[in-house]
Design a protein around this ligand. Structure first.
Ligand code: SF4
Ligand code: SF4
Length: 420
């Protein structure tokens, strides 16, 4: 790759990655009409900016889109005709429809960018869907609705007064299913958080039976926990693989959930990272895979390869799942502050801190550890995921065992996920 320096991440390469980013996500408000007990911006956590009912100014978002369109229109963009998602995130994004309407209109009618195809998406708690669904359908929004399963499972999804809102969310979601069946089929998905008031089985059953969909099920984020909340966090936390294996019909659920279950997902990762028969692109197929020493330490995604994320305060991050202190840049009232050499310096500094651990780790090819989620990364970090040869052999054995017990898994993963 022309822009890639094989030992250090270079500023030119980062600019190239940004020119090919698949998603731009705006945190358009930090206000929310729910106050979920486990919220990533709630009482368990401390690594985010204060929540002050702010909105992201539309001008800032437009400034960023104009900046990005120059990159998208340049020779650095090699993903011609590929979809790019413009995503709205919160807080609850439907509390800021003014922003959504303005940006959708700008993208559809004013942004000059012939060689990208724009799509819109949103994560919503569903409370206001009855008001805006017509607009969302008209603009072909992809919706990810947060729902933790049945009524009892949703006990942590409450409003500021502690009242449950499950019935309203369900009514709104049922209405989309009934009034816009094709849209519901193609554009609506569900996202659940696993905790001590639900299980993988109860979430799966509810969403499958009611909506004929397979939900994404995520665990509580265990980074940035306030020390005084650690005990209650641990009581609330549930591990998704354990929960799946405790299901009465775990094999049936696991097969139906496929790569949305931990075991199939791990197997997919194993094949992608360790099989000699999986190629990322034609370059790899024709010229061979990059040599191991050319990969960067840790499993951190390279900047902007997943998305560019903008907080309500204008901070620019590589995603919404890391602390705001790791901002890579900022949108100010007058400019986009993105210094690619400073970003390269930051990543290379963190890589250097982990380099010797990663070199001795048997999991370096399969690593998914994000550098921004390693404790004490600014001091003397230790990666607790570092694998010895013995640990690695047992990991390989468990994957081979899984494939032996699920002989269709390899075929399904290759057919349905890797070669689409
Ligand atoms: S958590 Fe880390 S590795 Fe994952 S998308 Fe965010 S920055 Fe990338
Ligand atoms: S798991 Fe291994 S390769 Fe990944 S960050 Fe930790 S030490 Fe490095």
């Amino acid at each position: 790759m022309k822009y890639k320096n094989t030992t250090n991440l270079s500023s030119e390469y980062i600019e190239y990655l940004l020119a090919n980013t698949p998603q731009v996500t705006f945190e358009i408000t930090d206000a929310c009409n729910l106050k979920c007990t486990y919220c990533g911006y709630g009482e368990f956590y401390s690594d985010y900016d204060d929540r002050e009912n702010k909105v992201l100014p539309e001008k800032k978002a437009i400034r960023l889109l104009d900046y990005l369109s120059k990159l998208w229109n340049s020779s650095r963009n090699i993903s011609s005709n590929e979809n790019i998602f413009i995503s709205f995130y919160g807080g609850e994004p439907l509390l800021n429809m003014k922003f959504i309407r303005k940006i959708v209109d700008y993208v559809e009618n004013e942004l000059k960018c012939e060689n990208r195809r724009f799509r819109f998406s949103m994560t919503t708690n569903g409370l206001l869907l009855h008001k805006y669904i017509e607009y969302l359908v008209k603009h072909d929004f992809h919706l990810l609705i947060s729902l933790d399963g049945n009524k009892e499972n949703n006990a942590y999804r409450i409003d500021k007064m502690g009242n449950p809102k499950f019935e309203i969310i369900l009514r709104n979601t049922d209405a989309i299913r009934d009034n816009y069946p094709n849209y519901f089929l193609s554009n609506v998905n569900f996202n659940a958080v696993l905790h001590n008031k639900n299980t993988v089985e109860s979430i799966y059953r509810f969403v499958k039976v009611r909506f004929n969909k397979i939900p994404n099920i995520g665990e509580l984020n265990n980074m940035g926990i306030r020390p005084d909340k650690r005990e209650v966090f641990m009581q609330t936390y549930r591990n998704s693989e354990e929960s799946l294996y405790q299901s009465e019909h775990y094999s049936e659920i696991e097969k139906d959930m496929f790569v949305k279950s931990g075991s199939f997902r791990n197997c997919l990762m194993y094949l992608i990272r360790h099989s000699d028969f999986v190629f990322k692109d034609y370059n790899e197929l024709l010229y061979g895979k990059p040599k191991e020493e050319h990969t960067f330490p840790t499993g951190t995604c390279l900047p902007f390869t997943k998305k560019i994320y903008v907080t309500v305060n204008g901070k620019i991050l590589p995603c919404e799942r890391i602390g705001h202190k790791f901002a890579l840049g900022e949108i100010t009232d007058t400019e986009i502050k993105l210094d690619f050499s400073l970003i390269a310096k930051k990543y290379n500094k963190y890589y250097a801190k982990l380099d010797s651990q990663c070199k001795s780790c048997y999991n370096k090819k399969g690593c998914i550890q994000c550098v921004f989620n390693i404790e004490n990364i600014d001091e003397e970090p230790t990666c607790h995921g570092c694998l010895t040869k013995k640990d690695f052999d047992s990991y390989v054995n468990s994957q081979l065992n899984f494939l032996a017990h699920n002989p269709e898994a390899y075929f399904r993963i290759m057919e349905e996920v890797i070669v689409k």
